[in-house]
Design a protein around this ligand. Structure first.
Ligand SMILES: NC(=O)c1ccc[n+]([C@@H]2O[C@H](COP(=O)([O-])OP(=O)(O)OC[C@H]3O[C@@H](n4cnc5c(N)ncnc54)[C@H](O)[C@@H]3O)[C@@H](O)[C@H]2O)c1
Length: 351
């Protein structure tokens, strides 16, 4: 019998395809209620997915004693308030990425988690990909030695998600549009900081707005970053890609013994002057599918929900705790600030 009642905050695409479908694979929990400001959509989603209670006021969902934990799946700029309200109401929280969109909210959430002692998982779902995990393990096992340069890209074509008639109109709503550096850049930066177990101390960013007219913000950022472990970080986040993006992908690590690039482990043969593939993680996991994979966005949401419940039960600790998620936001808001001012920005990691 299910012993965790789950509430969903924001009942759109990622809530339905990712979190609700994910929780429904775990017998320890039941998705009991959904809150959304769009009542028609919320009722339609709840009926389709078998969620018994629908609310258009957050406090009504949070008042329910049979809800022990929530997933926050609202638009990015609302995560801070929604997570904070849930923590104050005594609920464990799984928050979609990015944790929030301001440094102040990140610090507020870190404080609230410390004060309440509740479980908080930052929704960095790429951490659950076995090929990325294997790359991180390879680095941690010393396969590439000490890292001197780390890269990550999120170079996307967001046309299906942009505009008032798209799947997610909030992303280009001029009142609070999604900044692609936060909304997209958090994926590779989250991976980079998790892999290296470090933080960004300083950022210098360039940005432009040339490719995606529907977004009322910069659509391309390039960040250079000073990492606390001495490595240099490079991050690209862009939403106006109209073709192939032949980069190393979300996670690239250059070490003094080898390289992890494009899902493969390389080492140079200095005599042949050639890089050899030592291990191909992409190939190793080519037939792997996330537990729920008949959805529009195929990610490891069920595995992430399972990990969240494991954390609540004390079986493990969050792969991305609130402070790790806050460090990602701190670096990205520093990037936005640097692009705006044209100056390097020191990152505050004192949450
Ligand atoms: N992990 C991933 O790979 C991934 C992929 C896509 C989206 N996301 C994240 O998931 C979140 C939701 O994105 P989505 O694609 O599901 O968008 P969506 O538009 O499908 O869903 C957002 C929902 O929030 C509702 N909403 C708006 N204002 C609200 C409020 N004040 N209170 C409650 N609900 C409100 C909207 O009515 C909508 O139903 C975003 O933070 C986004 O960045 C993550």
């Amino acid at each position: 019998m299910a012993h965790f009642g789950i509430g969903i905050i924001g009942g759109g695409g990622i809530a339905a395809e990712g979190h609700i479908r994910g929780y429904q694979t775990d017998p320890r929990c039941q998705v009991a209620a959904l809150y959304d400001v769009d009542e028609v959509k919320a009722r339609e989603q709840a009926q389709r997915l078998g969620v018994p209670h629908v609310y258009t006021r957050l406090d009504e969902l949070l008042e329910r004693p049979d809800i022990h934990a929530v997933s926050v799946c609202s638009p990015d700029h609302l995560h801070g308030d929604h997570c904070h309200a849930a923590l104050l109401a005594g609920k464990h929280v799984l928050c979609e990425k990015p944790l929030c969109t301001t440094w102040e909210d990140a610090a507020r959430l870190a404080r609230a988690v410390r004060q309440t002692g509740l479980t908080f998982l930052g929704g960095h779902v790429y951490h659950f990909r076995p090929d990325y995990r294997a790359m991180v393990d390879a680095y941690r096992n010393g396969e590439i030695g000490a890292v001197w340069l780390a890269e990550g890209d999120y170079i996307s074509d967001m046309r299906a998600f942009y505009g008032p008639t798209s799947h997610t109109p909030w992303r280009t709503d001029p009142r609070a549009p999604q900044d692609i550096l936060l909304g997209g850049g958090c994926h590779p930066l989250g991976l980079m900081l998790w892999a290296l177990d470090t933080r960004v101390t300083e950022v210098f960013a360039l940005a432009n707005h040339r490719a995606e007219p529907q977004l009322p913000l910069n659509d391309c950022y390039v960040l250079t970053m000073r990492l606390a472990n001495g490595a240099i970080g490079k991050l690209i986040a862009a939403s106006g890609n109209r073709g192939y993006a032949p980069t190393g992908g979300h996670l690239v690590l250059y070490g003094d013994k080898g390289t992890l690039w494009g899902g493969q482990l390389y080492r140079n043969d200095p005599d042949a002057h050639r890089a050899e593939v030592i291990h191909d993680f992409k190939q190793q996991f080519k037939d792997h599918r996330p537990r729920v994979h008949d959805t529009r966005q195929v990610h490891h949401f069920a595995e992430q929900c399972e990990h969240f419940l494991d954390c609540i039960e004390g079986k493990t600790t969050p792969l991305t705790g609130v402070e790790a998620a806050a460090r990602v936001v701190a670096a990205l808001v520093a990037g936005v600030e640097s692009a705006r001012t044209g100056q390097p920005v020191t990152v505050r990691n004192d949450f």
